[in-house]
Design a protein around this ligand. Structure first.
Ligand SMILES: [Fe+2]
Length: 278
């Protein structure tokens, strides 16, 4: 029983690239890697920034690429997405048929329950906010299934990441989100994307953790004090959250190597990578 998390696919129109990167091909390759897992996940969730400019053409291309995935998938939008165009382009079940102003839904038919929550706001600047209405919805939704192992999916990490330029805006209401999750021990993971690399924070019973983008990334190293330490190249990847019979959840981060194959990051690499993985 597991869930594959793909994020920040940043699909662009055919014939164009995302900073020189063919994000569509990288998504297709990540899908192939998920399909090839010895134990296929129950489903996949894409945690936002699906389309780089939020255009109908980009969503149509994403939908076409996703037809190769052999398990169901669900989506939440990111700050690059246009939630209405996304809803118009994708099958309604992929966003829980949500018609709320923000996309929010729960998927109950799998061993790991998924609660998807769109916390993005775009004006006056792109940011994340858990407002009172969404907080009340989340509280009700989690309270309805206290016995179901649950993953909550948002786009932006609801914790301080140490990436200075991303923490400046931050996730407004993240303490409110944490308090709600802390009251619901069935939540083992609060998963996110947005920062295109892996960071985690331990809450009371849940781990809040981000996943790598499905495409390669170039990240300025502006850690902690905002000091530029250099440029870090992050390889593409995805995460796999697996539920064991004893109800514990483990997260494996799969990274693409130079040969194009995807493998979970091992302990040796984790130690070597001071900033990249957990
Ligand atoms: Fe992104």
């Amino acid at each position: 029983m597991s869930v594959a998390q793909l994020t920040d696919t940043h699909i662009v129109r055919e014939g164009t690239t995302y900073f020189g990167i063919d994000t569509a091909q990288y998504l297709a390759d990540a899908i192939d890697a998920v399909n090839a897992l010895a134990l296929p996940p129950d489903y996949a969730v894409i945690t936002g920034d699906i389309a780089n400019f939020g255009s109908a053409a980009e969503y149509a291309r994403f939908r076409e690429i996703m037809t190769a995935l052999q398990v169901p998938y669900f989506v939440i939008p990111g700050n690059h997405d246009d939630r209405d165009r996304m809803r118009a382009a994708l099958p309604p079940h992929t966003y829980g048929g949500s018609t709320d102003a923000r996309v929010r839904y729960a998927v109950d038919e799998f061993a790991i329950r998924l609660v998807g929550l769109d916390e993005n706001f775009l004006r006056p600047w792109p940011g994340a906010l858990l407002d009172r209405d969404s907080a009340a919805w989340l509280e009700r939704t989690l309270a309805a299934r206290r016995d179901s192992p649950t993953i909550v999916a948002v786009h932006q990490p609801p914790f301080r990441t140490g990436l200075h330029y991303l923490d400046v805006g931050g996730f407004l209401g993240r303490r409110r989100l944490r308090r709600i999750v802390d009251r619901h021990p069935q939540v083992s993971r609060v998963i996110s994307g947005h920062i295109h690399c892996v960071r985690s924070a331990q809450w009371k019973g849940a781990t809040a953790i981000s996943a790598p983008s499905t495409a390669p990334q170039v990240l300025p190293l502006l850690f902690m004090e905002g000091k530029v330490l250099g440029i870090r190249h992050e390889p593409p990847g995805f995460s796999l959250h697996a539920l064991a019979p004893d109800a514990t959840v483990t997260t494996a981060v799969y990274r693409r190597d130079d040969s194009g194959s995807y493998n979970p990051v091992d302990a040796r690499n984790m130690r070597r990578s001071a900033h990249g993985t957990v």
